[in-house]
Design a protein around this ligand. Structure first.
Ligand SMILES: [Ca+2]
Ligand SMILES: [Ca+2]
Length: 220
C-alpha cells in the first residue's frame, strides 16, 4: 500500500519534471532567438540563389534546404532579387523552408507587395522558436518594398521556417537564402584536460597494481 502510493507520487514528480524541463527548453530557445543581418552570418554560411533550379519548379533544393509552396520564376533584377527567384504563387500559400539538418540562423531577401513581411522559425517538434515581422512602410521601394529578413536561434534548432505577408495574390518573391549551423568552437578547458590526464594516470596506476597482485597470486 505504502509502496504503491509512493510510486504514484514518483510518477507525478516525473511528469512535473518533464513539463518543467519542456517549458525550460522552449523558453531558452525563444529568449536566445534574435533578428540577424546578412553581414552577421559566418563567412562559411551557405547561400542559395535559385539559379540551379528550373523555371516553374515548385520545389527548389540544395540537398539540405528544400523550398516549397511556390514557383521558381525569372523576374530579373528588382531590389535584392536577381535572376531566378521564388514566387509564392499569387495565392494564399505560405512559402516554407525545410532543413534536413537543423540550422542555427536563417535569412532571405524578399520583394513584397505593400504588406508587412513575417518570418517564423520552428524546431523539429513544431514549436515556434521565434517570429519576426518587418513594417513595409519603413522599407525602400514603396509599391514593391524589398529587404532582408533573418532570425538567429542561437543553436541548431531551426528545422523549418515560413515567410508570408497578410495579402493574398501577387505578394511575395524571395531570393538569396542564407543559412548556417553553429559550429562547436569551444576547446576542452585546461582544468578538465588535466582532470582527464589525472584520471588516466590513476587508471593506469590501478591497472599496474592489479597486474602486480595477479603476479603475486600466481607466485603463491
Ligand atoms: Ca536569384
Ligand atoms: Ca502567401
Amino acid at each position: 500500500m505504502a509502496i504503491s502510493t509512493s510510486m504514484k507520487v514518483l510518477d507525478k514528480l516525473v511528469v512535473f519534471a518533464a513539463i518543467a524541463l519542456g517549458f525550460g527548453v522552449i523558453g531558452t530557445s525563444s529568449s536566445q532567438a534574435a533578428s540577424i543581418n546578412r553581414s552577421d552570418f559566418n563567412a562559411d554560411a551557405i547561400n542559395f540563389n535559385f539559379e540551379s533550379t528550373a523555371i516553374n519548379n515548385t520545389t527548389a533544393t540544395d540537398g539540405n534546404l528544400t523550398v516549397t509552396n511556390g514557383t521558381t520564376l525569372n523576374v530579373g533584377s528588382v531590389g535584392y532579387i536577381s535572376g531566378k527567384s521564388y514566387y509564392d504563387g499569387g495565392d494564399s500559400s505560405v512559402i516554407r523552408f525545410d532543413f534536413l539538418n537543423s540550422v542555427s540562423a536563417f535569412g532571405v531577401d524578399f520583394l513584397a507587395n505593400n504588406a508587412n513581411i513575417n518570418l517564423r522559425i520552428f524546431d523539429k517538434t513544431n514549436n515556434l522558436i521565434d517570429s519576426l515581422t518587418l513594417d513595409w512602410t519603413k522599407l525602400p521601394n514603396a509599391g514593391f518594398p524589398f529587404g532582408f529578413i533573418g532570425l538567429n536561434a542561437g543553436s541548431n534548432l531551426i528545422a523549418y521556417a515560413t515567410i508570408d505577408t497578410p495579402l493574398i495574390g501577387n505578394e511575395l518573391y524571395i531570393d538569396n537564402i542564407i543559412y548556417q549551423t553553429q559550429t562547436a568552437t569551444s576547446v576542452p578547458e585546461p582544468v578538465s584536460a588535466l582532470g582527464l590526464l589525472a584520471f588516466g594516470t590513476l587508471g593506469a596506476g590501478s591497472m599496474l597494481k592489479r597486474k602486480q597482485q595477479q603476479k603475486a597470486t600466481v607466485k603463491a
